[in-house]
Design a protein around this ligand. Structure first.
Ligand code: TRP
Length: 326
């Protein structure tokens, strides 16, 4: 039986952090064996909140390097930029006729962004963010989309657009399902619920040993555990969350030690630092290689774009046929 098709995507914002790994990449890497996967670099989507394009290319390369170093295999699943496959913009235009402004204004993810970024007059392209995302997914006839909670409304809009197109012009598109990533978000070093580049509370996949050490040393812990032998509450401590993810062998012992007061925060952080560094070490080693062989990285994109382009052309031919245009 043919493997199901997955379309996953990320906006290229530069180097990735361990939150990206836990929340997305790890899952993509697992799924690339079970599914026919396509990995999209959503460079046009960046423009919805940032019109400066000077760094888009370098940010794309940094992100692709992290994808490679973490274990995504471009031979199994092509990597490609939205901007280089013009069919994305064409399908986006057609889809924009199939959804109302009111529906897009009800998108909770958009409402959240408008609030967080203090946007008082939203641009047309930002309102249409999920329409472009629907084109990303459906151009490849994606049947499943691995995403976090915040992207579920966009997958729902994608399903609605697929249905609307199929009813209007004839069956072309599947209605994709969201594949929810099972590990919750990784908290930031400052105790914020989310590790995020814009907040600056991250550990990067490219951070060296000393940087990780410094960053963890400053990480917020349980405020009630003031002295080394006070008993702490692992469930409120972000360092403990990192242990759960990166130190499964010692986590039970650490929980007991923290609660009983036999383990102080400094020692606990040292253990965590060494486990995270152990995890990052092979990634950084590969990064050295790719940083010195940027041509290889560009070539991986080039090859991925060739493969993706062919699928995109086939879908658009079907679309034009059904629409009796051309
Ligand atoms: N909106 C997604 C995010 O911010 C990125 C994205 C763009 C995407 N196009 C996609 C994700 C298509 C999955 C499928 O995370």
């Amino acid at each position: 039986m043919a493997k199901k098709r997955i379309l996953s995507g990320m906006r290229p914002t530069g180097k990735l952090h361990i939150g990206h790994y836990v929340g997305a990449l790890e899952n993509w890497i697992k799924l690339q064996n079970e599914y026919d996967s396509y990995h999209l670099i959503a460079d046009y989507h960046v423009l919805t909140t940032d019109l400066l394009t000077d760094e888009i290319n370098s940010n794309t390369l940094e992100m692709v390097i992290d994808w490679l170093c973490a274990g995504l295999d471009p031979n199994k699943s092509p990597f490609f930029r939205q901007s280089q496959i013009k069919e994305h913009t064409e399908l986006f235009l057609i889809f924009s006729m199939l959804i109302t402004k009111a529906r897009l204004e009800r998108n909770p993810t958009l409402k959240e962004q408008v609030r967080d970024l203090n946007i008082d007059n939203i641009i047309y392209g930002h309102l249409g963010y999920p329409v472009l995302q629907a084109a990303d997914i459906l151009l490849y006839k994606g049947e499943a989309v691995p995403v976090g909670e915040d992207q579920v409304p966009h997958v729902e809009i994608t399903r609605e657009i697929a249905r609307r197109f199929n009813n209007q012009y004839g069956e072309v598109f599947p209605e994709p399902d969201a594949l929810l990533t099972n590990f919750a978000r990784l908290p930031g070093l400052d105790g914020d619920a989310k590790m995020s580049k814009s907040i600056g509370n991250t550990i990067l996949l490219s951070d060296d040993k000393e940087t990780v050490n410094q960053k963890l040393r400053k990480a917020v812990t349980d405020p009630q555990k003031v002295r080394k032998n006070d008993s702490g509450r692992p469930e409120v401590c972000l360092v403990f969350t990192y242990h759960k993810k990166f130190n499964s062998t010692e986590v039970a012992e650490i929980e007991l030690g923290c609660k009983s007061g036999s383990l102080g925060c400094v020692d606990c952080k040292n253990k965590c630092t060494s486990k995270i560094n152990e995890f990052l070490s092979p990634i950084i080693e590969k990064r050295n290689f790719y940083e010195n062989n940027l041509e290889k990285v560009k070539n991986i994109l080039f090859e991925g774009e060739k493969k993706a382009k062919q699928v995109a052309i086939d879908t658009m031919n079907e679309v034009h046929d059904k629409m009796k245009m051309g």
